[in-house]
Design a protein around this ligand. Sequence first.
Ligand code: FAD
Length: 393
Amino acid sequence: MIAAETLATAGWAVTVYEHMPSVGRKLLLAGRSGLNLTHHEPLATLLQHYGDAAVVRDAVVAFDPAALRAWADGLGESTFVGSSGRVFPHSMRATPLLRAWLARLAGLGVRIEVRHRWLGWADTGACRFAQADGTVVDRAADATVFALGGASWPRVGSDGGWVQPFREAGVVVHDLRPANCGVHIAWSTTFRDRFPGTPLKNIALTALGTTVRGDAVVTSTGLESGPVYPVSAAVRDEVARHGACTIAVDLQPDLTEAAISQRLSHRRPKESLTTWLRRTLALPTVAEGLVREATGNRPPIAPAALAHLLKAVPLTVHAVAPIDRAISSAGGIALAEIDERFMLRRLPGTFVAGEMLDWEAPTGGYLLQATFATGVAAAQGAIALQRGAAAGK
Ligand SMILES: Cc1cc2nc3c(=O)[nH]c(=O)nc-3n(C[C@H](O)[C@H](O)[C@H](O)COP(=O)(O)OP(=O)(O)OC[C@H]3O[C@@H](n4cnc5c(N)ncnc54)[C@H](O)[C@@H]3O)c2cc1C
C-alpha cells in the first residue's frame, strides 16, 4: 500500500489486488497490542538489526524512522517514543491510521480490488487472479510490485501461497521459517496443566550467549513473548542444527547469586519450598514450578545450590513455535534475486517488498520500518525504470 501511495503520488494509475475481503488486516492485528511503527535510536544502531541485508538497510536509510513518523503524522496519527525507544502512534492502534490512509489512497485514485487472489503469471506475463466466485482474470501492468507478506498468522491474509509460482518462474525462494516466535519445551503434565498463560515477570533469558530481560509467558507448549522473541532466531537455527537448544532462565536478575544464597540461608522448620521462595525472594508459584521442572521435581535444598539454580534454570527447547503463530517470517525471496531497485533480475518490471524478501529483524518496530521502507524503494524502483525507458536507457 505504501508502494501504491508512492506510485500514485508520482501520477501512476495504480490498482491494489488483495485476496482477503479487506486490506491491511495484519496491520490491524499488529495494532491490537500497540502499533509499534518504528524505533527511535541512532540510525547506525537501528541498521544493525537488519544484519547483512544491505539492500534492506539502504532502503531504511532512504526512508528512515523520521520519514515514517512524518508520514504517520501526515495522516493525523502523530507518534511518541515509548519505553526502550519503541515508537507508537498516540492512539496506539492501527485502525485510525489505516482509515486515514485508505482515504488518502482513494483521493489519489488508487483502486483496491479485494477478493482477488494472485495465482501466478499467465503465458502473456500478465498477473493471474482468482476472484471470489472462482472466475480467473488476467491483469497486465507496466510494472508490478508484489508485497504478499510471509506466512505468519495466515488467517489475516499472508499464507505464503506465492512461494510456488515464484519458484516455478525460476526465482530462488528460501523456505519461510518462523521468526520472533515462541519456543517449545516438553513440560511435565503437571506444569503444562497448571501454568499456561502465567507470566514469568522480570526474568533474564539467556540463549547462545545472548541475555534478554523482560516478561515471558508460559504456554502449554513452552514459552513466548518478551525476551523469548529476540533469541528465537538463534534458537531456531540451533535446533535445526542440533535438534535441541538449552536456554537458561534467571529468576532473580536483580540479585547476585551470593545475595540470593544469603536470603535463602534461613529456612524455617517445615517451611515448604513455595513459602520459602515467596518469603525470602518474593518468587511466585510459577517460578517454583519451573525449578521443579528443571530438576525432575528434586530441587536442591542447600541455599547455595538453590541460588545457583535460580540464576540459571536450564530448559531444553526441542522446537520453535510453528510459523502460523510467529510474529514474522524469515526466509523468502533471496536478496541476490533483486537489484538495488528491488526489481527481480529474472523478471524485469516486477518488484518485490516487505516480508516476502529474505531478511529478518527483531520486534521493536524494525519489521514495519523495513516493510514501509522497502515498499517505498520498490515503487521508486518502478518509477526509475520507467523514466529510464522513457529516456531510452
Ligand atoms: C500479532 C502481530 C503483531 C505485530 N506487531 C508488530 C509491531 O507492533 N511492529 C512491527 O514492526 N511489526 C509487527 N508485526 C509484523 C508486521 O505486521 C509485518 O512485518 C508486516 O505487516 C509485513 O508487511 P507485508 O506488507 O510484507 O505483509 P503483510 O502485512 O502480511 O501483507 C501482505 C498482504 O498480501 C495479501 N496476500 C497474500 N497472498 C496473496 C495472494 N496470493 N493474492 C492476493 N493477496 C495476497 C495478504 O492478504 C496481505 O494483506 C506484527 C505481526 C503480528 C503477526
